[in-house]
Structure formats: C-alpha cells, structure tokens
Design a binder for this molecule. Sequence first.
Ligand code: AKB
Length: 342
Amino acid sequence: MREEVVLITGANGEIGHGLIHYLSNKGYPIVALDVNPLDPALKSEVLTAIVGDILDQVLLGRLVVEHKIRTIYHLASILSTKAEYNPETAHRINVEGTLNLLRLAVEQSNWQGQSVKFIYPSSIAVYGLPSLQAKQNSGKLAESEYLNPTTMYGCNKLYCEHLGRYYNHYYRQLAADSNSSLSVDFRALRFPGLISAETIPTGGTSDYGPEMLHAAAKGENYNCFVRPDATLPFMVMPDAIRSLIMLQEADRSRLTQNVYNVTSFNPDANEIREITLKAFPGAEINFVPDVKRQGIVDTWPNDISDAAARNDWDWHPEYDQKRAFDEYLIPAIKARYHARGD
Ligand code: AKB
C-alpha cells in the first residue's frame, strides 16, 4: 500500500522551511516540491525532495501515481514585487500552477475515494485601497472589503481564492449527486507580512521588515524602500505555521468561510527601525523609498480583522509585537549570525 504523504510545493521558501520542520517533527512523511534543489538542511526531514515545476503536467501526473497525498500545502508562488517585473509569467505560475495542483487534488481524491485537503496561503495583497486616506481611515479590514488588488500577485491570489471556492463547491455537489466521496477541501489563509528569524523572503513588498533586521544583525547598512510612516500588518513565522496547521486541523463543520485573515501586530517602518536600532545599536538604517514598492504598500491595509478565524477555529497569535521581537526575532537572529561568525 502507498504511504500517506503531505505534499508541500514551494518547499524551499520561508514558509516551507518552517512547515517542514514542524511536520517532520510530528512524524509526517513529506513530499517536497520546488523548482530549486531543496535546502540541504531540510533533506533529512522529508521523505522525497523533487526538483520540478508546478507547470510540468507530466511531473504532477507522476506524483498522482506514486503517492497517496492526503494534504497539499500549496506554497509556491511569485511574490508581489517580483511579479511586477514579469506579470504574465507570474500569472502562469501563480494561477495555472494553482489550477494544476487543484486538479491533482481532484485526481488524488478520485483514486483514494476520500476528500483531499488543500491549504492555500493567500495574502493581504488581495486588498486594494483607493487612497492613503482610505488606508488610514479604514481600520481593520474584514475578508470581504476593498477587494480591488493593484498588483498581479494580488489579482492572482484573489482569483485563486475563488478557484478554491469553486472546486470546493463543484466537487462537493458532484459527490452529493453521484453518491461518491470525491472532493477537494480547500482552505485559505490571508497572511500579512511574515517575519522569520531563519530565512529572508525574496521578491515581496513587505520584505523591508525582515530585511532591516537581518541586515542589522549582519552588520550591513540598510536602505529601507518605504517611507517611515509605511504601515502593514505583520506576523512572525511560528504563528504563521501554527495558523496553517490550525486551519488544516479545524473541524470542517465549524468553518463558515473558505478564506480567513490572520494577523498579529502592525508597526510602521520607523517603529521596526527603532526596535532594530535598540537591538543592534551600531546599525545604519536609512529611508530611501522606492516609488513602485511604496505605491504597493499604500494600497495594502494598515490592519486586518482576524475575527472570523478567532471565532471559527479559535485562532489567536502567540506573539504580539513585543514578544515577537524580544523573545523570538532578536535572540534567534543574533544567535544565527553569531553562530555563522557574521
Ligand atoms: C509580499 O510582500 O508579496 C508577501 C505578501 C504580503 O504576500 N510578503
């Protein structure tokens, strides 16, 4: 009999790192898929590491045959800033790639005669506020507000939320009509900017938070690409991983929606600079705003409401701003670069 596995796409990314550590500690067999060879540090934690593209239908077909995939964490995507350099390529990877994985979930469900869970990280990029004034006055945005994304990445994420909802509904209906158990159980989280002590993101627009801290710890000067007053919601990686697991484990009958906001704290860029300077007094951090990246941040919300997640599956972040920096980010980042001798 084929072993039941968890499939993680985009396994090499920063969420992938945290998720692989977590799931492998819990004893889950993991099939890790990424376009680049898996970080050697993760190799011993997965059952199989596959180098390949989510647009490669043959590769995905092979996955269906070779593994019994019970849960898919589809993390692979091109982030917001990078997507603007080549929007059509981003669309192919972010949208067609997601569609391929949804189809894989259907085929797996068909083989197994049971539902396959599809966990999808969406983003605050799905929001698009019309002006800075609206951003400042809109408070905590609920899932249904201001869904007018201005970036290709935001459009892709919003559309894929809808695709997931469609697959949920279509196959549930089909299963009911044909008395089968074929179904895709799609669940999405809208993440704020994420900050990890272990990895630095690439190609995102909320990257100034993690980049500032990591640069200071390495003794490098940092030019922050947004204004001091730029504000976004953030969360640290341990909470992001917890939220993915909690949503995956949540009782389906309690879920009132397919997409849930999760968040923790929402500092402006100057606050992150102040905290960083306190931890690394010699650091040099200047503000050199980039018009395009600042323009993206100006359309994303200052804060989002995670009330539905709190209500439906008892979500709450374990790290507020103080705890995130004092107990996780600063000690772990110091230890990391100290150990490497930077
Ligand atoms: C990005 O900046 O593109 C991501 C995100 C907020 O989804 N970090």
